[in-house]
Write a protein of this length. Structure first.
Length: 139
């Protein structure tokens, strides 16, 4: 089992997620750093509206799911959970091997490993938002 470290600074969430899911299902541990700097492409109104819709679905009398958090690392983790086969033991075990952090601090990863983390090519979209902006826009 390998320990893979990804840097989310300027990377698209879907691209990080697809690579992370593939490695998690192989049995590797995945650490994602700088979750708050990852980017979601699209207009602000649509992105925030979709996340707010998912957050309000869990509210009500019974308080059953789905539960979405405002924290950037938990938002990324929940987005990646949607890509995993959650109804299978293999998917749940893979989810436990995923760790997300807002920065490299307090992650238990050495500075040398952080420098060697895989960085994704950052793309400039006309309409995009960082995860930090999304979590700040939520109620």
């Amino acid at each position: 089992m390998k320990k893979l470290i990804f840097d989310g600074d300027g990377a698209v969430v879907g691209r990080i997620g697809s690579v992370a899911v593939r490695e998690l299902l192989k049995g590797n541990s995945v650490f994602i750093l700088n979750c708050d700097k990852a980017v979601v492409s699209g207009s602000r109104k649509i992105i925030v509206g979709r996340v707010e819709q998912l957050r309000t679905m869990g509210r009500g009398g019974s308080m059953k799911g789905p539960n979405f958090s405002k924290n950037p690392e938990k938002l990324i983790k929940r987005m990646i959970r949607g890509m995993l086969p959650w109804n299978r033991p293999r998917g749940r075990a893979a989810y436990k091997r995923l760790k997300c952090f807002v920065s490299g601090e307090n992650s238990g990863i050495s500075d040398e490993e952080i420098k060697n983390a895989k960085r994704f090519k950052s793309t400039n979209f006309k309409k995009s938002m960082t995860i930090k902006q999304i979590s700040g826009a939520l109620n």
